[in-house]
Design a binder for this molecule. Sequence first.
Ligand SMILES: NC(=O)c1ccc[n+]([C@@H]2O[C@H](COP(=O)([O-])OP(=O)(O)OC[C@H]3O[C@@H](n4cnc5c(N)ncnc54)[C@H](OP(=O)(O)O)[C@@H]3O)[C@@H](O)[C@H]2O)c1
Length: 204
Amino acid sequence: MSLPKLTPTYHKDTYPSISSTNPSLTQAGKTILITGGGGGLGFEIARSFAKASASRIIVVGRRAGFLDEALVNLRKEFQGNTTEFIAHQADIASDASITSLWEFLHSQNILVHVLVLNAAHFYPYAPDTLSMNKKDLMEAFDINLGGNFLMSVNFDKQTLRPTGLKLHLVNISTAGVHMHPSPNQNPYAHFEGCIYGVIGKDCR
Ligand SMILES: NC(=O)c1ccc[n+]([C@@H]2O[C@H](COP(=O)([O-])OP(=O)(O)OC[C@H]3O[C@@H](n4cnc5c(N)ncnc54)[C@H](OP(=O)(O)O)[C@@H]3O)[C@@H](O)[C@H]2O)c1
């Protein structure tokens, strides 16, 4: 397993031109929705958008208690900041749950300007794709590809979106999609990259 050199420099920390406190990158006036925003990288992404003064940050995940805890921590850290934090329970593997999430946003008159596709399904690890069973494969497929696809469709087609308004979609992927061979990560590495192929050409 090896990672090809994709860029001359690998950064391990932020730097001024991409810093969330760089005034030219302010997110004031913007609503950000982060799937899997209750923990891990998603929570750090929420913190970064709060530092960039986003007006509203919505964290989405399956565990309500986990999201509530994240909300408490965000509100505490950004006390006095104008950012409004919202938690919403949803499972991106479920079409009905995604529909209900976007209906909720619409009912609240919320237009999402930035969608961060961060939630991911990592398991099971199999030595190779042909050792997996179909159920496990489809579970990964439903989240990493199907869920991200349907979230993107709903984001793009928001009825509150004024004609011509540019939206921003951030897909959190993994360097694993570029690794070949990539043992033990099959459904994850396969589908995390696929979403680019599905929506990439059509993003506007
Ligand atoms: N950590 C790394 O070293 C690393 C490296 C490269 C890339 N990444 C990428 O970074 C992203 C986040 O990774 P992480 O390590 O922070 O993962 P994590 O800690 O496991 O967080 C994943 C989040 O997604 C949520 N989630 C999972 N399935 C969901 C579903 N069906 N519907 C809604 N939410 C769901 C989980 O919350 P619930 O369980 O409550 O739903 C959880 O909050 C992934 O896209 C991953 O590919 C991570």
